[in-house]
Design a protein around this ligand. Structure first.
Ligand SMILES: C[S@@+](CC[C@H](N)C(=O)[O-])C[C@H]1O[C@@H](n2cnc3c(N)ncnc32)[C@H](O)[C@@H]1O
Length: 209
């Protein structure tokens, strides 16, 4: 576990120091090593967006929410902290990021969050009540600013993943909630109605009719 994460864990439990991991993005990103912090602005959900998305998804206690492409776990950990009656799950294809998410979970002593290492296409999406999606497949469409070069990138992979998710969302139960952030909406079926959005339209809240 990085030294920063130990310090954050200490701050969480200390009666002398206030917890600071959830005050701002820099404070939260401090849970991770510097190379992960440097990816934050481009690849991890900002704290205010994570809170707004979690508020919409955690509308009833006991719900199971999946972050499709959870990175180092930022959305899930923030959601779990502010909505302790909701269970947050994250699935991430890159093992290194998954390991950092597990370390951050331990450092923050978060109970209601679970991380899965794998491709979302292998997960049973029908087991979840809601989904968070920060344009995870977009890395297949660009040739710069990728997280690393450890996975295959291609336009056909973008199309495959988008269509796969589209079909799964189309067959989900009525009332299923979805939040998209910076999405091109290729994965959003027409049976999902947009019910709220940020003023810049980057963050959108959807409900399956
Ligand atoms: C933009 S980052 C968002 C991370 C996290 N959701 C957050 O908001 O902080 C997208 C993540 O999706 C992951 N990803 C992309 N395609 C995936 C797939 N098919 N299955 C699982 N994870 C995937 C990437 O490895 C990356 O970590």
């Amino acid at each position: 576990m990085p030294v920063n994460a130990y310090l954050c864990a200490f701050m969480q439990t200390s009666t002398l120091l206030k917890p600071n991991c959830y005050v701002n993005d820099a404070g939260f990103d401090w849970l991770y090593p510097e190379k992960i912090q440097q990816l934050s602005r481009r690849h991890w959900t900002p704290l205010s967006i994570a809170k707004a998305a979690a508020r919409f998804l955690a509308n009833e206690p006991g719900k199971k929410i999946l972050d499709i492409g959870s990175g180092v776990g930022k959305f899930c950990l923030v959601g779990a902290r502010f909505y302790p009656e909701t269970n947050f799950y994250g699935i991430e294809q890159r093992e290194e990021l998954y390991q950092y998410a597990l370390e951050a979970k331990a450092a923050t002593q978060t109970r209601n969050v679970s991380f899965i290492h794998g491709n979302f296409t292998q997960e049973d999406l029908s087991a979840y009540d809601g989904f968070y999606f920060y344009n995870s497949f977009f890395e297949n469409l660009v040739d710069q600013d990728q997280i690393d070069n450890k996975v295959e990138y291609s336009t056909s992979l973008y199309n495959y993943y988008s269509r796969f998710l589209f079909k799964k969302l189309a067959s989900s139960a009525s009332g299923t909630r979805l939040v998209t952030y910076h999405s091109l909406e290729d994965e959003v079926p027409p049976c999902y109605q947009m019910v709220d959005a940020s003023t810049d339209l980057m963050l959108k809240m959807w409900i399956r009719r």
